[in-house]
Every structure is written in structure tokens, then in C-alpha cells.
Write a protein that binds this ligand. Structure first.
Ligand code: COA
Length: 362
């Protein structure tokens, strides 16, 4: 009997991992033993880096050592800017990242490669953004945390504590998510024995797609286009009638609301000092409710609910990240997960090599 084709590889288990577990029925994401809600509420980016790469939450001195290593590596990445050729001329940030990160050489030391890759992404992303605006790149500040320095490299001025906390919450939220498309790509490259830089460049290419990491920019475009909460239903109906997908809704794995949507919605609300939500947040909540209702009518039983991208858009806008950099900011966090998966895949030491079924002429 012929094996059925697993188009989309739904339900195919391609690896065992200690890094994260996604329970799509319960709506639970566990990252190295911690729920995503816990991590978002209590951790910084440096904590998550230590957790992902070393298996446990770092203590104060390890956290400071990680912060300092990342800060030094951001300065090294900054010094590379003049040698990136046309990388930063790319029309979109993800193309710029893919091309610029490809300029790094792998050292062969996984600890060194992970730090250099993680540091390079915000430096290259911020430099791309400023070049597009006709502004000079801002030198990294070695005294800052990763999140604070990213915001400073974007705007050129010192970020507020609330902005830093909001960005840290985001970076903790999206660091890893099971065998998503970009992680699978990174692991497939690693399984060939190729180097870490090549695996991360390939993963950036996968994350760029709108069905994976490219949705939050379009979510804001949608909120802008709707303009007024009263217009939400009509606008969404017209989109669906035209055969277009509602960005930020639906997920391959979750059959309930993505737990990261709730964590990011809460982080966005906290930015307002726990009191009133911004107009954007109010609008997003109305649009989410209407989209959920319409998708339920069209696909009863499928339960298409808000995914991570929906409130990513609201939170990142509120902390001052421009929408053209939303996917690149996703990459600034997910690179930590990709690197951990590359290391894990290397331990497996087995080539990932599925089959295809030939249906052309003989
Ligand atoms: N808007 C409208 N329709 C949607 C939808 C959306 N956001 N998401 C899924 N659907 C529809 C599909 O077109 C499909 O319809 P069909 O059966 O008539 O062909 C049905 O719902 C079931 O789709 P499903 O199998 O659940 O989708 P998937 O697993 O292939 O895709 C996504 C998952 C994430 C790619 C999909 O939900 C999507 O495109 N969402 C919008 C983009 C987005 O937010 N991406 C970020 C993901 S984190």
C-alpha cells in the first residue's frame, strides 16, 4: 500500500526536543518547562537566552555575562555595516536581514556563533530602518540590555522603562514554538552538517513569508484600513468575500486562541500603566471579536482564533518599533530558538530527508 502524502506535514513528528511544547488543543505553550505566560510576565531577553541555550534560568552573574557578550557582539556587528555591500539597500527588512546575516562567517564554536547571530539581527535591522529614513546608523551602547539597545538604535534616543519592558515581553514570548516552518528549515540545514550561519540565513528566508512571520505588519494595515470599530464587520466581510485571509487569525496547530495572543494583549495593556487601553487596543479587540465571529460562520468547527501576530502588531507599535521591522523583530527573538534547535539537531546527527511521490510522466 502506498504511504499517503503528508502535504503540509501536519502531525508529522520530525524530532524530539527539550526546547518547547505546543499543545494546540489546550492552548498551552511550554518553553523549557516554563509556560509562556510565566516567561512573558517575569523574564528579560537575557533570561530567555540563558534558558534556551543553557537549559536553566540564569542567575545574576550569568545574566550579566550574557548581557555583556551580546553588547560586545552588537558592537562587532555595527563595525561590519560598511562591508555589507548592498545588503541594507533591500526593499524590505527581511531581505536586508537575510542578505546581511549571510555576510557573517561561522566560527565553528556554537557559543560564539549563537551570540554573533543574535547580536547582528537588531543591529542590521535598525541600520536598515535608519538608512531607509536617510538617517545614520546609531552606534550600539554597551551598557544597555539587548531590548533597550535595539530601541535606542532605532530611534537614536533613550527608551523609556515601559517601552523596554514591553519589548522584553515580546522577545520572551516568541523565542520558540515547536517545529514551526523556520525552525524546521534551520534543523534541516543543520542536519546536513552545514554551519550555523547557513541554517539561520535559511530560517530567516522561511520566516519572511506572510503565512509564517510576515503577518503583523499587515495586521496594522488592516486596523488602519478599518479605521473605525463600527466598520469592522463590513470590512472583514468584504475581505473574506474577495477570498483574502484575515491576517493575525488562524493557526496550523492551535484549535483555541493562541496563548501568546493573550500574553501580548496583556503586555500591551500593561504599557498603559494598567489603566486604560489605547485606542489601538480597543480597536484590535473589536476587530478580533468580529473576525472570530465571521470565521466561525464560514468554518464552523475549525475555531479560527487570534494568533501571535494579532497583538504583536499592537504591542510593537506601542513600544516604538516601526511596522516595516515587525518581522525582523520577530527574527531578533526567534534566532535564539533557531540556534538552540541547530545545536539539538547536531546532537541527533541524522540527515533530514523525507520523500516525494513522483506523479509526472515516466
Ligand atoms: N482568514 C480567512 N480564512 C482562513 C484563515 C484566515 N486567517 N485561516 C484559515 N482560513 C481558512 C482557510 O482558507 C481554509 O479554508 P478552506 O477549507 O475553504 O480552504 C480553512 O480556514 C482552514 O484552514 P487551515 O487548514 O486551518 O489553515 P492552515 O493550517 O493551512 O493555515 C495559517 C494556517 C496560519 C497559514 C492561516 O490560518 C492563515 O493564513 N492565517 C493568516 C496569516 C497569519 O496570521 N499568519 C501568522 C501565523 S502565526
Amino acid at each position: 500500500m502506498r504511504t499517503p502524502t503528508a502535504s503540509g506535514l501536519d502531525d508529522v513528528v520530525a524530532a524530539e526536543t527539550v526546547l518547547s511544547d505546543v499543545d494546540g488543543e489546550a492552548g498551552q505553550l511550554v518553553i523549557r518547562g516554563h509556560t509562556v505566560e510565566q516567561l512573558v510576565a517575569t523574564s528579560t531577553f537575557e533570561d530567555i537566552v540563558g534558558l534556551m541555550w543553557n537549559g536553566a534560568m540564569p542567575g545574576a552573574s550569568e545574566r550579566e555575562a550574557l548581557r555583556a557578550s551580546l553588547a560586545r557582539a552588537r558592537q562587532d556587528a555595527f563595525r561590519m555595516l560598511p562591508s555589507l555591500g548592498g545588503g541594507l539597500d533591500a526593499p524590505d527588512a527581511m531581505s536586508a536581514l537575510r542578505t546581511s546575516v549571510a555576510h557573517l562567517w561561522a566560527t565553528g564554536d556554537p557559543r560564539e556563533d549563537r551570540i554573533r547571530l543574535t547580536a547582528a539581527i537588531p543591529v542590521f535591522g535598525a541600520a536598515w530602518h535608519r538608512a531607509k529614513a536617510g538617517q545614520p546608523a546609531v552606534k550600539p551602547d554597551a551598557t544597555r540590555t539587548h531590548a533597550a539597545d535595539y530601541l535606542q538604535m532605532l530611534s537614536g534616543s533613550a527608551p523609556e522603562a515601559g517601552q523596554i519592558a514591553g519589548l522584553d515581553a515580546y522577545l520572551c514570548c516568541v523565542v520558540d514554538h515547536g517545529m514551526n516552518a523556520s525552525t524546521f528549515v534551520a534543523r534541516a540545514v543543520a542536519s546536513t552538517g552545514s554551519d550555523m550561519v547557513s541554517a539561520i540565513v535559511a530560517a530567516i528566508g522561511a520566516l519572511k513569508g506572510p503565512l509564517h512571520g510576515g503577518a503583523p505588519g499587515p495586521v496594522l494595515d488592516m486596523l488602519d484600513a478599518i479605521g473605525d470599530p463600527d466598520r469592522a464587520r463590513g470590512w472583514l466581510e468584504a475581505e473574506l468575500a474577495a477570498g483574502r485571509r484575515i491576517m493575525g487569525m488562524g493557526h496550523r496547530i492551535y484549535r483555541v486562541r493562541d496563548p501568546r495572543a493573550a500574553a501580548l494583549e496583556r503586555a500591551a495593556a500593561n504599557l498603559e500603566h494598567g489603566s486604560t487601553a489605547t485606542d489601538r487596543l480597543i480597536m484590535a479587540r473589536v476587530v478580533e471579536r468580529e473576525a472570530e465571529r465571521l470565521l466561525m460562520e464560514r468554518h464552523p468547527g475549525r475555531n479560527l482564533r487570534a494568533n501571535v501576530e494579532f497583538y504583536t502588531a499592537v504591542l510593537l507599535e506601542a513600544v516604538g518599533v516601526p511596522r516595516t521591522l515587525f518581522s525582523a523583530t520577530f527574527a531578533a527573538s526567534r534566532v535564539v530558538g533557531w540556534c538552540a534547535h541547530v545545536d539539538e539537531q547536531r546532537q541527533v546527527g541524522r540527515l533530514i530527508r523525507p520523500k516525494s511521490r513522483y506523479v509526472g510522466p515516466m
